[in-house]
Design a protein around this ligand. Structure first.
Ligand code: NAP
Length: 241
């Protein structure tokens, strides 16, 4: 049975990815930071629905790079890692503190990289290891008011491109699914008017659902998807790309 770690399983996109992967037979390590209830409820829901699979919860604040080791210590066999944890600060770069920049770099990039460094051998043992980052179209287009966020999202794609080359011979693929605007709680601080304005600029005429994104994550972790690596797939409804 295949096992995957989903960083940010307590979030909306992570939750949808967990449902999609569980439906396809995966056992899951469901990571959370503050929202233990969301992770525990998801684990209970999936255990009831798929009693032959295992669902564990794993806590960790990715702003702390040491959490990579704490999380890695709790994993047994591992075939995939999905990096779906993240947050943003909506502010001019001129006003951004080094604390904010550090937090964004650690949560989206540095701690996941430290974790992958620790679990590479486990993923290689699988013979069909899969790594998928949830990136962002902003990593390609950039976005005012989210300069550091755009920077780390672009860096996720750069990391995938380079790391994919090192580990392809181990049967490991490394890819990024980069959404446009998704209707999740990450966007809850924006008012109705601002959200309507974004919606009007999306060619598809709507925000993505978390399940629109999860569909492509599941496709990339499928055993048959062994020949796509180092890529960033933009799932944007035609927005910005
Ligand atoms: N929503 C969008 O429009 C959009 C667009 C492009 C890309 N994305 C990317 O998609 C990913 C998931 O976002 P989402 O929309 O699903 O947001 P969400 O519902 O707010 O979920 C965010 C997830 O990240 C976790 N997290 C936040 N801070 C953390 C920290 N310090 N340490 C560890 N985990 C932390 C949260 O854990 P707890 O809740 O347990 O604290 C939660 O699981 C992010 O990387 C985001 O950048 C989102």
């Amino acid at each position: 049975m295949s096992s995957a770690l989903i960083l940010g399983a307590s979030g909306d996109i992570g939750h949808a990815v967990a449902e999609e992967m569980a439906q396809n037979g995966w056992s899951l390590y469901l990571h959370y930071h503050e929202n233990a209830d969301a992770a525990n409820e998801l684990a209970d829901e999936l255990s009831a629905k798929y009693p032959r699979q295992d669902f564990f919860t794993v806590a960790g604040d990715l702003r702390d790079v040491n959490s990579a080791q704490t999380i890695a210590n709790q994993l047994f066999s591992l075939d995939a890692v999905i990096v779906a944890a993240g947050m943003t600060y909506y502010e001019l770069f001129r006003d951004a503190s080094v604390d904010h920049m550090t937090a964004l770099m650690r949560v989206h990039l540095l701690t996941p990289m430290a974790l992958l460094n620790l679990v590479q051998d486990k993923l290689a043992e699988s013979g069909r290891g899969r790594i998928v980052f949830i990136g962002s179209v902003y990593g390609a287009s950039g976005s005012a008011m989210e300069v550091t966020y755009s920077t780390v999202k672009g860096a996720q794609s750069a990391f995938a491109k380079a790391y994919a080359q090192e580990v392809a011979s181990l049967g490991l693929t490394v890819n990024v699914v980069a959404p446009g605007a998704v209707a999740t709680k990450m966007n809850k601080e924006f008012g109705k008017e601002a959200l309507e304005e974004v919606k009007a600029s999306i060619p598809a005429g709507r925000f993505a659902t978390a399940s629109d994104i999860a569909y492509f994550v599941e496709s990339l972790v499928d055993a048959r998807a062994s020949y796509v690596t180092g890529q960033t797939l933009y799932v944007t409804g035609g927005w910005l790309r």
